[in-house]
Write a protein that binds this ligand. Structure first.
Ligand code: MN
Length: 312
């Protein structure tokens, strides 16, 4: 069984009038969605995405296909509503897959340019690949990641829920390892803060304090966009079983999933997980889009979110 703790912060930022980001915090499922669309419909799109995911969060065991099906469903629902208002949303997140072959795992999924990072000893490791124009130029060797971060077309996403009937989500599995910390964030965070700043603030022990510090720093850096941070700690998880190599000329077998996706256990801990201090309780839908030109103290649960119990 995977035990999680988490912290959440979201802000409308310093420029936008409405917070179109949504988040989902129902362990073992966590997500951030960054909505876009005219006439304030982006917040509707991002909410539809997290609502669809929320409907599969109670499945035990949760499995990859269920999460992908929820994303497909959200895509259909948003496209159906698109006749009224053009809208779309990114969605990025983590799902705990318990008792998977090879021990507990996390599914990292992504459509668009919100991101999942893992805190490593001396850097933040970006686990998702943006679906964006500038990322394609980075992959083509035309732009460096630093140039992409400030490029005028950095906000153009190439995949989103609501944009086409055929959805192309990406996902990967990583082992769930006690002590690991992940950050799920919208581009309002990673677009404002260089990796070194994300690294230093993500190292704050308490996950709620870390989330609040990250969002506050993005606002201090300009707050040009809505900004959302969900910090997820793996308190404990079932370790992968040890596989012994066959020495008797055994037939070829399928690669165990943990080897397929790479062992990520690192020697030595770089931080102690903090106690959860995020708001918790019954599943709740907070619908308070941020005020226009809110004060700097607007960091907090001002966005649209689905929050479940801390523990399952
Ligand atoms: Mn954004």
């Amino acid at each position: 069984m995977i035990r999680f703790s988490h912290g959440i912060a979201t802000s409308v930022g310093r420029v936008r009038r409405v917070n179109e980001d949504s988040f989902l915090v129902i362990p073992p499922l966590y997500a951030v969605a960054d909505g876009m669309g005219g006439h304030g419909s982006g917040d509707v799109a991002s909410r539809l995405a997290v609502e669809a995911l929320a409907r599969c969060a109670g499945l035990r065991p949760l499995f990859v296909e269920a999460v992908l099906a929820a994303l497909e469903e959200a895509n259909r629902v948003i496209i159906d509503r698109n006749e009224v208002n053009r809208m779309g949303t990114t969605v990025t997140g983590l799902a705990g897959l318990e008792a998977a072959i090879g021990g507990d795992h996390l599914m990292v999924f992504n459509v668009g340019d919100s991101r999942v990072y893992r805190l490593a000893a001396d850097h933040v490791e970006q686990l998702t690949v943006d679906h964006s124009e500038v990322q394609e130029l980075v992959l083509a060797g035309v732009l460096t990641p630093e140039q992409a971060r400030v490029h005028p077309r950095r906000n153009i996403v190439t995949r989103a829920l609501g944009s086409a009937p055929v959805l192309l989500p990406e996902h990967l599995l990583v082992p769930a390892t006690g002590g690991d910390r992940f950050l799920i964030c919208s581009d309002g965070l990673h677009g404002e803060l260089p990796d070194e700043v994300i690294l230093s603030l993500l190292a704050i022990a308490n996950p709620q304090h870390a989330a609040e510090a990250l969002v506050a720093a993005a606002n201090d850096a300009g707050g040009h966009d809505n900004v959302t941070a969900v910090v997820v700690d793996i308190e404990s998880a079932a370790p992968a079983p040890v596989f012994s190599p066959a020495t008797d000329g055994a037939d070829e077998t399928l690669t165990p999933r943990d080897q397929q996706f790479g062992e990520r256990r690192r020697p030595g801990e770089r931080r102690r997980p903090g106690k959860p201090s995020a708001p918790s309780g019954p599943s709740a839908l907070g619908d308070t889009a941020g005020d226009a030109a809110g004060p700097p103290a607007d960091v907090g649960l001002a966005g649209l979110g689905l929050i479940g119990p801390d523990r399952t």
